[in-house]
Design a protein around this ligand. Structure first.
Ligand code: PMP
Length: 466
């Protein structure tokens, strides 16, 4: 058989269609149109098999925070593979990169109030980490003699992964519709999406308080002695970059404190500099008990995930718990941990969180906010290096497109055709670029976004949709 690199695009597409089941993909559709074959990368760009260069404003899938082409990460993987490619951490064994990484993460996680993070549980993905959270939370309440505290409350339109527990914690109706989800003892409240649900005359802060109040209502409806934990993303990512009003998180904190329930911050997207901090709870000032991470811990160069286990939970699990019957073959994988350490070193040397928190983040936010003047944009908002805008029929009345208009897909099509990768979530267009962007790259990105919005507007005109 011809080596894959010598196959034509059409040949790769045919083999892809014949053998590769893709995540979240309609395969009928994929077979007709053929997959875009991404073959190489450098900096903030990727190239496809036809040589087309694309500005990757999604950092792969919210992962590649240090950008592509980092030789240090390849070197770290190579060295570790030559030294110890794998060993497990069951049966009273450990390995040096996993110990070093756990120590490093504990040092990076800021202490807030009475919460500190001295312990880390490792997995290979965000989904697995959230499954581990369910296990840890239930075990915690069992050990405290409150086994009835089982219910975990999540939010509609949240994304916490694709395993049975991850998809159940998430609030994606399309996922729940397949496979009898959610699993028992997981329930949801609404999301704080001000543009969608803010009432006439209601300020963003009033809205934030009202929507956080849904948590208290749900706790009272279930009975506080039945509730184990609340899980949420600091900013909802896959749901379309929904940035909560400033009043939201402090009110959530007041409520979880009042009823003594655990708080899980799912920072699979928001940690490692994305919002200008190592961990995003610091940005919003709340005090989680468990923090889920994955993706940018290695900048996506190799799979790794985990949970920062706060002192409140660790004390019970470790001091009272005896054996915790849970773990993965790849918990603390030495190569993944070595790459994570090298990745964090790059972030520290180049001060990437500080960059996003400082002048570069300000510049990005200022340039992005300029998109608010575009006739198709209902509102364009960013936080650190994550941003989203909503496409509207009428800016003044806020009239929305209907699902059948597929406005996000139209816009995404123009992005691809013009060298830009931007993600569509319904009528929202979202980006999460590498944290290394220069001023010139930010300018280029904004020029491309505006061009694609203009082309989308033209097409919508031609179709009579605006
Ligand atoms: N939580 C959040 C907030 C995520 O964004 C994601 C992935 N997009 C996950 C969990 C699941 O991570 P993974 O795909 O690595 O399982």
């Amino acid at each position: 058989m011809t080596p894959p690199s010598q196959l034509s695009t059409q040949e790769i597409q045919a083999l892809d269609s014949a053998h590769f089941i893709h995540p979240f993909t309609d395969h009928g559709d994929l077979a007709t149109r053929g997959a875009r074959v991404i073959t190489r990368s450098e900096g903030v760009y990727v190239w496809d098999s036809e040589g087309v260069k694309l500005f990757d404003a999604m950092s792969g899938l919210w992962c590649v925070n240090v950008g592509y082409g980092r030789k240090e990460l390849a070197e770290a993987a190579y060295q570790q593979m030559m030294t110890l490619p794998f060993y497990n951490s069951f049966f009273q064994t450990t390995n040096v990169p996993a110990v070093k990484l756990a120590t490093k993460l504990a040092a990076l996680a800021p202490k807030v109030g009475d919460r500190s993070f001295q312990h880390v549980f490792f997995s290979s993905s965000g989904s697995e980490s959230n499954d581990s959270n369910v296990r840890m939370v239930r075990r915690y309440w069992d050990l405290l003699g409150q086994p009835d505290r089982k219910v975990i409350i999540g939010r509609l339109n949240a994304y916490h992964g694709s395993t049975m527990a991850g998809a159940s914690l998430g609030g994606m109706s399309a996922m729940h519709a397949q496979g009898d989800l959610p699993i028992p003892n997981i329930t949801h409240i609404g999301q704080p999406y001000y543009f969608d649900d803010g009432l006439a005359g209601e300020s963003a802060d009033e809205f934030g308080l009202r929507t956080a109040g849904w948590l208290e209502e749900k706790i009272l409806e279930l009975g506080a002695d039945k509730v184990a934990a609340f899980i949420a993303e600091p900013i909802q990512g896959a749901g379309g970059v929904i940035i909560p009003p400033a009043s939201y998180w402090p009110e959530i904190q007041r409520i979880v404190d009042k009823y003594g329930i655990l708080l899980i911050s799912d920072e699979v997207i928001c940690a490692f500099g994305r919002l200008g901090h190592w961990f995003a709870y610091e940005k919003f000032g709340y005090k989680p008990d468990l923090v889920t991470f994955a993706k940018a811990v290695t900048s996506g160069y190799i799979p790794l995930g985990g949970v920062m286990v706060g002192n409140r939970v660790a004390k019970v699990l470790i001091e009272k718990g005896g054996e915790f019957n849970h773990g993965y073959t790849y918990s603390g994988h030495p190569v993944a941990c070595a790459v994570a350490l090298a990745n964090i070193e790059i972030m520290e040397t180049e001060q990437l969180p500080q960059r996003v928190r400082g002048e570069m983040g300000d510049y990005f936010g200022k340039r992005y906010a300029e998109l608010n003047d575009h006739p198709l944009v209902g509102v364009a908002e960013s936080c650190g290096f994550v941003a989203g805008l909503v496409l509207v029929k009428n800016k003044h009345t806020k009239e929305r497109f209907v699902e059948d208009d597929a406005v996000g897909m139209i816009c995404r099509g123009h992005c691809f055709s013009n060298g830009l990768i931007m993600r569509a979530v319904g009528d929202r267009m979202i980006i999460a670029p590498p944290l290394t962007l220069t001023h010139a790259e930010i300018d280029e990105l904004m020029r491309l976004i505006r061009l694609c919005l203009d082309l989308t507007q033209q097409e919508l005109h031609q179709k009579g949709l605006i």
